[in-house]
Design a protein around this ligand. Structure first.
Ligand code: ATP
Length: 210
């Protein structure tokens, strides 16, 4: 039987962290998804920073999400030639799961930027936006327990809120911490799943060039 409720959760995942994992778990449960596709991006058109090699990001996603039920690690955006757009991925998923209801899982910062996305109107036609709030001050060294939510009251877009405790973690913060003090896998485990922490240590990711 074709899946009826299909989620898509895209990100650079450089690296995947504990808030990403919580968001995936929340989406699976609250949206009652039959399947959730996790999509590490190619070199994302809207990020100016060069991402870590796709091979590392995929390996870390496997470690971060691989044990969750009904999750598919989907590498299509990495392999797509040229720029990769969410509208294209959703169209493909619609063809692959005929008649399914599609959900696009994202955080509040991405909702605020949504109208800058290429063909965002098409995205809205294809999928329901399912949005987790995110602490208002994100970035390197914002307090982990920061509880001020991003204000989404001015957003004039239909979306379904996901209820999830705020976790003030960003991949930027993780990379900055590793780069500054090379914390051991245990200390890093507060921010990223243990298996991701050991992968980062083993492969010396996010270290400044010697
Ligand atoms: P970076 O700091 O490098 O920009 P990031 O932490 O925002 O990365 P991404 O891989 O860009 O991580 O995010 C993928 C998706 O996860 C986006 O929709 C983003 O909004 C969401 N997300 C990331 N961190 C959180 C968080 N702490 N709470 C809620 N949503 C989050």
């Amino acid at each position: 039987m074709a899946a009826r409720r299909v989620g898509m959760f895209g990100g650079a995942f450089d690296p995947p962290h504990r808030a990403h994992r919580a968001l995936a778990e929340t989406a699976l449960e609250q949206l009652q998804l039959d399947v959730l596709h996790i999509l590490p991006t190619g070199q994302a058109w809207h990020k100016s920073r060069t991402l870590s090699a796709a091979e590392h990001r995929v390996a870390m996603c496997q470690r971060a999400f691989g044990d969750l039920p009904r999750v598919v690690l989907d590498e299509r955006e990495i392999h797509r030639l040229g720029p990769s757009y969410t509208a294209d991925t959703l169209s493909e998923l619609q063809r692959e799961y005929p008649g399914a209801e599609l959900f696009l899982v994202l955080g509040a910062d991405q909702l605020l930027a949504f109208k800058t996305w290429v063909r965002w109107e098409e995205v809205l036609e294809l999928a329901t936006l399912a949005v987790a709030n995110r602490a208002a001050d994100i970035g390197a060294h914002a307090a982990l327990d920061q509880t001020r939510e991003t204000d989404l009251s001015g957003v004039e877009l239909p979306f379904q809120p996901l209820r999830m405790p705020l976790r003030n973690i960003s991949a930027t913060d993780v990379r900055a911490r590793v780069g500054q003090s090379a914390p051991d896998a245990g200390a890093l485990g507060v921010l990223v799943p243990e298996a991701v922490a050991s992968y980062i240590s083993q492969h010396h990711l996010y270290q400044p060039p010697q």
